[in-house]
Each structure stands twice: as C-alpha cells, then as structure tokens.
Design a protein around this ligand. Structure first.
Ligand SMILES: Nc1ncnc2c1ncn2[C@@H]1O[C@H](COP(=O)(O)OP(=O)(O)OP(=O)(O)O)[C@@H](O)[C@H]1O
Ligand SMILES: [Mg+2]
Length: 524
C-alpha cells in the first residue's frame, strides 16, 4: 500500500507539472505574438499624430481597442510614462479594465526601459478599487510618443482560466489518487487474508502437533497451492503419528520385558541367596578352594541383587508416573547420614563441609539420599584413597531458591567428553577397571532421573589425574526456579574451602582437616 501511495503521489505530481507547464507555454506563445502585434500597431498609430490634443484623443481611443474585446478580459493594456522620461506629462498614465498600475513590478519596468526588446514577467494582476488579484503575465516594451516622449506599453494577460483548469486537474488527480489508494489497500487486504489465514492456521496446527497433540490436522479447501500444502502437511502428521505410536508401543513392550524379567528373576534369586548364605556360613568346614567359591558366590550374588534392584528402579522410572514423596529435609543431616554410612568403605579422608545455617529443601529424602550415596560410593571407588570432600551450600542471594551438594574427589578423574557420558545407562569409563564394589553403570543414570524429577541439575566435571566433581543442585521447593548453583563445579572456582564462612564438621578418617595442599597430593 505504501509503495502504491508513493507511486500515485509521484505520478500525480508529474502529471500535474506536465499539464501546468503545457498550459503556461501555450498561453505564453499566444500572448507573445498578440503583444508583438499590438505594440507594432500602437507605434504605427502614434507615429501618425503630431499635436498633443490629437495624441490624447488617439490614446483614449486606441487603448480599449488594444485590450481584448468587451466581456472577454483575457488581455489588458497599461500605458505608463517611462522611468527615464523627464518631459512635461502630456498624456496621462492609462490602463484598460481597471487594471492597476501596481500590477507592473519595478523589476520589469527597469528591464523595459533599459532594453529595446520586448520583456515579460509573471505577475499578480491587481485591479483598482478591489483586493482581488489574478495570476498573469505582463509583456511590455517602450513606445515613442510624439511630443510626450518615451512611454512604456504593457500587455497584461490574466491567466485565471488556466488557473481554473489547473485547479480542476488537481482536484481530479487528488480524488483519483485517494480512490486508487483505497482500492490498492482493499485488494491487498483481501489477497493477504486469503493467503495469510491458511498459513496462520497451519502455524497453529504445527504448534499443537509439536506440543504432542498428534491427532491435529489442517483443513484442506479447494485445489490451490495452499490446499496441496495442507494435504502434504496432514500426510506428514499422519505418518509421524503412526511412527510415534509404533515406537511407543515398542518401548512399552521393552519396558514390560525388562520389568517382567527382573521380577521373574527375583524369586529364584531369593532361593539362591538362601542357599548361598548357608554355604557361606559353613565355609570354614570346606576345604579352601570350595570355601573361596562360597565367598565368591556371596559377593557376586550381592552385585546381582543390586543390579536387579537398579533394573527394577529404571523400569519403574521409564513407566513414568513416578510420584515424589516431598518433605522438608535439611540436606546437612542427609549428607551427614550418607557420609556416616560410607565411612567404613573409605580408606582415605572423607570430609564434609556445611554452612552454619539450615539448608532445607522440599525433597524426596529416600531418592536424594540414594543419589548422594551413589556419588559418594563412586568417589570412594575412583579416588584411590585420596581425600574426598563433600560440600553442602545454600544460595547466597536467595536462600529460598537453591541448595547444592558437591562431591569432589582427587582420584582418576574423567577424560574429556566423559562428563556427559557418565549419566548414560550401563556406561562405564573402563569396563575392565578393577572394582571392589558396585559396577553395573546404572547408578548415575538413576541418580540423574531422580534429580530431574525434582527439577534439579546433576552435573559432572573431571580431568584425568586431577579427580572429578559431581554437583547436585536442587530447587528448595516446587515453585523455585534454578538459575545458578551455589557451589562451583570446576576447581578453578574452588575457593569455598577452609577459611570460608563454612563450618567443617565430621572429620571422619585421617588425622588432618583437609588443607588445600592435601588436595595437590591428588594432582601429583
Ligand atoms: N568419581 C568418579 N571418578 C571417576 N569416574 C567416575 C566417578 N563416578 C563415576 N565415574 C564413572 O562413571 C561410570 C558410571 O557410574 P555409575 O555410578 O553410573 O555406575 P557404577 O558406579 O559403575 O555402577 P553402579 O550402578 O553400581 O553405581 C563409572 O563406571 C565410572 O567409570
Ligand atoms: Mg555408582
């Protein structure tokens, strides 16, 4: 529409100036030839008289005839004494049709007196006794009157008719232009509505589809390009829906299978467990090789049991609809409990740093305890006896926003890229790595699901030889939104140790608190 308006304005302007120039040029050509003829006639008539009276009579008679005939006021005449004429005035200054002498501007008079040629200028034609003026052109030259000397004779051509024509043209162009703009606007509106509304509808349907409403379809109307688009869109949606349904079905079957197998294995496992316990208890009666086998049987059964428990947990999570048993928990107590239980497994320093104030969050304590236990056991397994530091912290800016627990060890660490892989199911850095405890590779996968259910983050950092750090950040309640974690993940930011407002408690094993230089042992 804007473009249309610009084009119409430009075109209208051009047309208007063209018509105006044409009208003016035509009028000028006619005016000039009339003036030349009139001047020649007048000079010839003036040359015929010799006395002042005759001259006066001639002038009074001639002027009305030089002007256009009565009724048609398209040409007027003005006779004035030349600016340089200093003879006594014999003939008065005269004009036809009440045209005032002030119509002739000073500049034109100067040019006429100083030149023998005809001169012209556009003027406002004024009339004596009235305020009204008209646009026009004045063409003049000097004439020599016998006895009276040099006079200026001007022909004034009012251009009011041209003005009227131009006004009509302007009104027509303006009216036409406005009508055209409205028409362009209406056409644009109709066309865009026709194109845009189906596209909008398509966008709405696509949005609904992407938000999971797979049965949404577009309406197909007519046979144009948009109808074809809608038809292909619907085909795509239908095939997507079919494939997703198939995949859902498949994954449901798989989940059922895993969960059924785990359940089915439980009963025989219980029986085996009881038998193994009997064997284990009476191992002292066996010869050493058989006793060793009984021990192996017992430890491997432990692993088997924990694997089964993990599998059942994973299939429960996959089945969805897991409900959290939320309650306010002080994470300092929770961490202390976990550390207490894990200490017997640990050969090195296992330290806990907590802030003086309460770190309460609405969590499912069973799950969060399981997560932390897994993190601590992992750290013990991979730290090779080097110090382990567990830290609890509260969001400094807004204590009602986030709490965090991090487990930092100085053991084998993680290779580049492994920090993201550790949360994958059954992933282990080195399947052949010698282990004393655990080892199915499901622990962190379950942990990350648990943390995700709470709306929190579970992140890992590690470098080979430097150790690793696992950080769990939890919102304090269901309404809180996580934006940052109160604890650092990588050790560059690791300045919250000893000396900070954090209290050190529970120095479990090892005689020393965990000084900074101790940690460099791990790096060495
Ligand atoms: N603190 C750590 N330092 C180095 N590597 C680690 C650490 N914690 C975990 N990993 C790596 O991540 C892998 C996965 O850990 P995850 O806890 O999921 O399984 P797991 O400990 O092997 O078995 P489980 O299911 O019994 O916990 C581990 O096998 C190990 O390679
Ligand atoms: Mg583990």
């Amino acid at each position: 529409m804007l473009l249309g308006m610009v084009v119409i304005v430009l075109l209208g302007g051009l047309l208007y100036t063209r018509i105006r120039d044409g009208l003016v040029v035509d009028r000028l050509v006619v005016a000039r030839s009339e003036a030349t003829r009139g001047l020649r006639d007048a000079q010839a008539r003036f040359d015929t008289v010799t006395d002042p009276d005759g001259l006066n009579v001639l002038v009074n008679d001639l002027l009305p005839r030089l002007a256009s005939p009565e009724g048609d006021r398209s040409r007027e005449v003005v006779l004035m004494r030349a600016l340089t004429n200093d003879r006594p005035p014999v003939v008065p200054e005269l004009s036809s049709g009440d045209v005032s002498g002030s119509t002739i501007p000073e500049s034109l008079r100067q040019r006429v007196t100083s030149s023998s040629q005809q001169q012209q200028e556009f003027v406002r034609v004024r009339y004596s006794g009235t305020e009204r003026t008209k646009p026009g052109v004045a063409i003049g030259s000097t004439v020599t009157l016998p006895v009276a000397g040099t006079y200026e004779l001007y022909f004034v051509f009012p251009m009011d008719r041209e003005q009227a024509t131009l006004d009509l043209v302007r009104r027509t162009l303006l009216g036409g232009g406005i009508a055209l703009v409205i028409l362009v606007g209406a056409v644009a509106y109709v066309v865009t509505r026709q194109v845009v509304s189906p596209v909008r509808q398509a966008a709405v349907v696509a949005h609904r589809l992407s938000s999971g409403r797979l049965q949404e379809r577009m309406r197909v109307r007519g046979e144009d390009d948009l109808a074809r688009l809608a038809a292909s869109f619907n085909t795509m949606a239908a095939s997507l829906q079919a494939q997703i349904a198939q995949l859902e079905n498949l994954s449901r079957v798989q989940q059922r299978f895993v969960s059924d197998v785990s359940h089915e294995l439980r009963t025989p496992l219980t029986t085996i467990r009881m038998a193994a316990d009997v064997l284990h208890e009476s191992r002292t009666d066996f010869d050493p090789a058989v006793a060793r086998s009984a021990e192996l049987l017992a430890t491997q059964l432990d692993r088997f049991e924990s694997l089964l428990t993990d599998l059942l947990e994973i299939s429960r999570i996959d089945a969805g609809g897991e409900l959290l048993d939320l309650e306010p928990v002080d994470l300092r107590d929770l961490a202390a409990r976990v550390i207490e239980a894990a200490t017997p497994l640990c050969q090195g320093v296992l330290d806990l740093h907590v802030p003086p104030q309460e770190c309460v969050a609405q969590v499912d304590s069973r799950r969060i305890e399981r997560v932390l236990r897994n993190l601590v056991v992992n750290a013990i397994e991979h730290s090779n006896g080097r110090p382990i530091l567990v830290r609890v912290a509260l969001d400094q800016e807004d204590p009602h926003r986030a709490v965090a627990i991090s487990v930092r060890d100085h053991g084998v660490g993680l290779r580049p890229g492994e920090a993201a892989l550790v949360f994958n199911r059954f992933w282990r850095a080195d399947p052949s790595r010698a282990r004393t405890i655990g080892g199915s590779g499901l622990g962190l996968a379950i942990s990350s699901e648990d943390v995700r259910l709470h709306g929190g983050w579970l992140q890992a950092w590690g470098e080979p030889g430097e150790g690793s750090c696992f950080r769990m950040t939890l919102p304090t309640g269901p309404g809180a939104e996580l934006t940052a974690s109160p604890l650092p993940l990588a050790p560059e930011q690791d300045d919250l140790g000893v000396g900070s407002p954090y209290l050190r408690i529970v120095p479990r094993s090892g005689p020393h608190p965990l000084p900074r230089q101790d940690r460099t042992v791990g790096r060495a």
